[in-house]
Design a protein around this ligand. Structure first.
Ligand code: 8GT
Ligand code: MG
Length: 148
């Protein structure tokens, strides 16, 4: 019937948030959430009638208390978890206002791009990690020296 269609997919705004050193902000999903206990890029489901920019801004305000001020589209990922289909609309947040705080009590950490693969992510995130590794970022963030 609707094979190949993603009409039933949940549309999710996902943010790859960078600091001035080119590190990436990760949060960990609650144990009882879908894909619980895994690391994620902050974000969440769009509400009815909401644009991507509105949804991204709302989710980052709710989860972290920040406001994105410079963003660009990175990629879209469609993934079927079996119990749920998602469309991840991924944007890079190059600049933001405010200081991120884990407002929902979620574990949160800044990681160098070279450390991303040390974290367990939902399966849909693998192409996101690969795309982030290809971004042009400060050399320190790509691992190797790891000096702070
Ligand atoms: N935020 C986020 N969601 C992801 C990622 N990867 C991934 O598969 N998802 C999936 O996207 C879906 C929606 O994300 P979410 O649970 O953050 O939505 P939300 O913030 O609106 O949560 P809520 O329903 O508790 O209000 C979940 O099924 C989640 O498993 C990711 O990197 N970040
Ligand atoms: Mg969320």
């Amino acid at each position: 019937m609707s094979a190949g269609s993603d009409a039933a997919a949940v549309h999710v705004a996902v943010a790859v948030i960078l600091d001035t050193d080119g590190r990436v902000l990760l949060t960990r999903r609650a144990d009882d959430a879908h894909q619980g206990g895994l690391w994620e890029f902050p974000g969440g489901k769009l509400e009815a009638g909401e644009s991507l920019a509105e949804g991204l801004g709302r989710e980052l305000r709710e989860e972290l208390g920040i406001q994105p001020t410079r963003t660009s589209a990175l990629l879209e990922v469609r993934h079927d978890y079996g119990d749920k289909q998602v469309l991840l609309d991924v944007h890079v947040v190059w600049e933001f206002a405010g200081e991120p705080r884990a407002l929902e009590g979620q574990p949160m950490r800044w990681v160098d791009v070279g450390q991303l693969r040390e974290h367990a992510f939902p399966a849909a995130n693998q192409p996101i990690v690969a795309a982030v590794e290809l971004l042009s970022l400060p050399a320190a963030s790509t691992g190797g020296d790891a000096g702070q």
